[in-house]
Design a protein around this ligand. Structure first.
Ligand code: PBG
Length: 324
């Protein structure tokens, strides 16, 4: 009791590092990268100031610059030249992501873990994550296509595939397709608890993946639910997920916490596009200190239980941590 006990004794800057419970390190970061088949120079994303879509010709250099900062992994999103009803340019050996993976692997080799976002929304003309019939998003007929995409990514040299489409059974279908094609050592990072979130708004501009009808609420989760997230994660683990993801991050810290506690799996959190844009907008108005807010956001995500964070601030944070 006070005055014997004084919590402020250890709060001096001299002791702070000794007693800090959570750390943010460069090794915790995964950097999202957009590769766009339709451009020849980097294009800034309007709603994500400071973030660029990269042309195929520069993707290897971009990956190398990320790797040089000590960031251990990237997650790759492709923007194809042609979209169609079934997203057929998601799985050709000469499609945008497959070409990008080969270019990156040629340049940086094993120094960088290349994770590929595995979904259809960037590749379909309607912008949904599955096949559609009328206005219905079809589940089971979509699964073999996810399998094909996974195998094509692995064949191109991807290290991890990350399915984000929230179809039931997707992890099992992908695991089987990979195993049947001798890719049993390629891990699956599943977007297991992916909420139907308005925080993805800027991403849809970044990846040109806005949808032409409806929304994603018949496959992504209701922000009101927790138990459902636990069930989603449990099913994905049973189907063979190696890493599970919660998305978005900051508004869902309780979900990260509960999932890490219950399943003790390697857990990733996606600090999404809207979380990036909010900070950028406030900082550019001089309302928030960008560096400090980013640091605090990411440490909170780690404190909740995430082992790794996908964030558009990865390069900034890595440079900052390096310079200290
Ligand atoms: C789907 C996908 C999305 C994001 C990652 N993968 C968009 C969506 O579900 O609508 C969003 C990421 C972000 O907002 O940063 N391929």
């Amino acid at each position: 009791m006070f005055p014997t006990t004084r919590m402020r004794r250890l709060r001096s800057s001299k002791f702070r590092p000794l007693i800090s419970e959570t750390t943010l390190e460069v090794k915790d970061l995964i950097c999202p990268v957009f590769v766009d088949e339709t451009i020849t120079k980097p294009m800034e994303i309007n709603s994500m100031p400071g973030y660029f879509r990269q042309p195929l010709s520069m993707i290897a250099d971009e990956a190398a610059s990320i790797s040089e900062l000590g960031i251990p992994a990237i997650i790759l999103f492709g923007i194809p030249e042609k979209k169609d009803e079934t997203g057929s340019h998601a799985y050709g050996d000469n499609d945008v992501v497959q070409k990008a993976i080969r270019a990156i692997k040629n340049k940086v080799g094993e120094d960088l873990v290349v994770i590929t976002d595995l979904c259809l929304d960037e590749y379909t003309s309607h912008g949904h994550c599955g096949l559609v019939l009328g206005t219905e998003i079809l589940n089971d007929p979509t699964l073999p296509i996810y399998g094909k995409i996974a195998v094509s990514h692995a064949r191109a040299g991807a290290d991890i595939v990350a399915p984000s489409g929230m179809m039931d059974g997707m992890v099992g279908a992908i695991r089987k397709a990979l195993d049947d094609n001798d890719f049993q050592d390629i891990p699956i990072m599943s977007y297991a608890a992916k909420y139907c979130s308005a925080f993805y708004g800027p991403f849809r501009e970044a990846a040109c993946s806005g949808f032409t009808f409806g929304d994603r609420s018949t496959y992504q989760m209701d922000p009101a639910n927790t138990n459902e997230a636990l069930r989603e994660v449990e099913l994905d683990i049973e189907e063979g997920a190696d890493i599970i993801m919660v998305k978005p991050a900051l508004p869902y810290l309780d979900i990260i916490y509960r999932i890490k506690k219950k399943f003790m799996m390697p857990t990733a959190a996606y600090h999404v596009s809207g979380e990036y844009s909010m900070i950028k907008a406030a900082a550019s108005n001089g309302w928030l200190d960008e560096k400090k807010v980013v640091q605090e956001s990411l440490i909170s995500i780690k404190r909740a239980g995430a082992d790794m964070i996908l964030t558009y601030f990865a390069k900034d944070v890595a440079s900052e941590l390096k310079s200290r």
